[in-house]
Design a protein around this ligand. Sequence first.
Ligand SMILES: [Zn+2]
Length: 101
Amino acid sequence: MKIKKGDNVQILTGKDRGRQGKVERVFVKELTLLIPGLNQYKKHRKPQGEGKPGEILTLDKPIAVSKVALVCTKCKQLTRVGYRFVDDKKIRVCRKCDADI
Ligand SMILES: [Zn+2]
């Protein structure tokens, strides 16, 4: 997974295209990300009986990793992730400016 928790990403498709947010959760198996405030949907809940009227909830829906691009913290550009190795450790780098991410 090239995107990690805490990364800033921009959405590339759909109604939130062009909007940016911070990754809060990464679902590795599903290859999706949860970004608070983005890719939201409204859920209509039926009344649950007396004193509990129905309501409309706004919830965040995980978005596919392929629909977002990483925003580099250094050059602020949309970028892809590259790797370099230092002492056998894998370090993520920005493909645009070569800064460590
Ligand atoms: Zn960069």
